[in-house]
Design a protein around this ligand. Structure first.
Ligand SMILES: [Zn+2]
Length: 505
């Protein structure tokens, strides 16, 4: 008897709960169109995305440095997927590849940095370890230099700012130790930074050292790899970290941290002869006239008018190549290309309707100075004024949170993503404002300068290994890629089908 009562109560309770849930938005029965959309969204799986990263980060593509055969192979591999899915080839001569000129430098194994320590009548050599303590300059000249190290602060000569790091020191034939960036940050003083900005480029700093007669450089930058630099025949440089910098300063009576602080506070150079003798040796091969590629496929919209408007999903395909070991670039930026591939397949191989056109755009040579996106913007294959939105991704495979850079610059654009996230994905996505004043470090920066509404995504919340050999498949968290792919899928479908879309206003 008691059991029957409980059973009746249970039926009644279930009925009440069920009736209530029916009224909750999102729980009520979805219409067939939404159901179809969600089933395609769920087809975007971390498994597939992970397998794409694994492929692109494999040794087969030798780190995808633009200009090398490894990069070309990767570009062809992406093209073959675009072709399989029937995307319209929007590159040169009916292919998916848009070519542009690029110089590049290959770095081979015979590289090293060492300190000569006087010991009794002779000297002993302290050699630094690759990856942890030094990484050869990705555009270093080939050869060997041994000399005293001269500390030259930020390596800047700016007469109009009454500032010269080379004043009072003679670096002719010597190795210089230099900081990256400039002593003024765009966040602290925007107007002042604008005056210093031209001196913040790696290319400028290297060329200024060469112009002063230096033969080598220890660049206090990481140590990480970075091919975004000038090449100067016979100028040998390496990126070094704390261990080398503190050895250079040891016994000089100066502390590195305090010297840097003083330059920043006073904007007065603090250059000096360190008395330390170093050897830098690199083995490289420079190719001044290489060819790079952007990979471009378009899914044409179904609406006779709106198909002339475009949404771009983009990210860079390239990475650092060998420097001198393979830099796999799993997070940076095989992760983004994988999400682009996932979205290209989901959008092209389903019944999902898109009124506007969608472009899948993988850039070359982002790492060599954000060159591929610059070339695209100077040679767009679709009118830029009809490009309604650009979604960029850079480093989206490592962490548990997402950053939406420039979301506060384009609040209406951001709302599409934010709403999709709150309705379906529920991942932490943090919007931010992008002042975009410093030298360009994202393809997104260039699109914003061309007045294309832009959002740029990156993942964070876990240790990533920016520009080292350790940025490999083992650091990838596939779930964040799946969430981002699903989030962008819903957002892009929504944007592509609006009657009007104008984020420029
Ligand atoms: Zn990078």
């Amino acid at each position: 008897m008691k059991g029957k009562k409980i059973f009746v109560c249970w039926i009644l309770w279930s009925f009440i709960v069920f009736s209530f849930l029916w009224t909750v938005p999102g729980f009520s029965q979805k219409n067939p169109e939404e159901k179809g959309l969600l089933s395609v969204m769920h087809s975007l799986s971390s498994n597939d995305l992970f397998s794409y990263v694994k492929e692109l980060a494999s040794d087969e593509y030798t780190g995808r440095l633009t200009g090398t055969e490894g990069y070309n192979k990767a570009a062809r591999w992406v093209s073959s997927h675009f072709e399989k899915w029937g995307l319209h080839p929007a590159g040169d001569n009916g292919t998916y590849l848009q070519s542009f000129p690029i110089s590049y430098t290959r770095v081979f194994e015979e590289c090293g940095v060492s300190l000569h320590v006087p010991f009794k009548e002779t000297t002993i050599e302290k050699s630094y370890t690759y990856d942890d303590q030094f990484i050869p300059g990705s555009t270093s000249g080939s050869g060997k230099v041994t000399s005293e190290v001269i500390y030259v602060g930020y390596g800047v000569t700016a007469p109009e700012l009454d500032y010269d790091d080379y004043k009072g020191v003679d670096v002719e034939g010597k190795i210089v130790l230099m900081e990256r960036e400039v002593p003024v940050s765009p966040k602290e003083d925007t107007d002042l930074f604008k005056k210093w900005r031209p001196y913040s480029f790696h290319q400028y700093k290297l060329e200024n050292a060469v112009a002063h007669g230096a033969k080598g450089m220890l660049y206090n930058y990481g140590p990480i790899g970075n091919p975004n630099n000038a090449y100067s025949e016979g100028f040998i440089y390496s990126h070094v970290g704390e261990e080398v910098v503190s050895d250079v300063f040891a016994g000089t009576g100066k502390k590195h941290r305090e010297v840097v602080k003083k330059i920043k506070e006073t904007l007065q150079p603090q250059s000096f002869n360190t008395g330390k003798v170093y050897t830098i040796e690199n083995t490289t091969e420079h190719h001044p006239q290489g060819t790079g590629f952007n990979v471009i496929g378009i899914l044409k919209g179904s609406d006779p008018q709106l198909k002339d408007e475009l949404i771009i999903l983009g990210g860079h395909l390239d990475h650092l190549g060998r420097c001198y070991e393979i830099m796999p670039g799993a997070n940076d930026n095989a992760s983004a290309v994988s999400v682009i591939l996932g979205l290209a397949e989901a959008l092209s191989q389903s019944e999902v309707k898109l009124r506007r056109s969608v472009m899948f755009l993988c850039f070359g040579a982002e790492e060599q100075g954000v060159v591929g996106s610059k070339y695209y913007l100077e040679h767009p294959v679709f009118p830029l004024e009809k490009t309604m939105a650009f979604i960029n991704m850079d480093g989206v495979g490592c962490g548990d949170k997402l950053r939406a850079i420039a979301a506060e610059n384009y609040p209406d654009f951001w709302q599409f993503v934010n709403q999709a996230n709150q309705k379906y994905i529920h991942r932490e996505v943090n919007p931010s404002y992008f002042a975009n004043l410093a030298r360009p470090r994202l393809d997104a920066a260039r699109f914003m300068w061309h007045d294309v509404p832009t959002l740029s995504f990156s993942a964070y919340g876990a240790k990533s290994y920016y520009h080292t050999t350790k940025d490999d498949i083992g650091t990838i968290t596939p779930e964040i890629m799946e969430d981002l792919a699903q989030l962008l899928f819903i957002s892009v479908v929504d944007m592509a089908n609006q009657d009007s879309l104008d984020f420029r206003k």
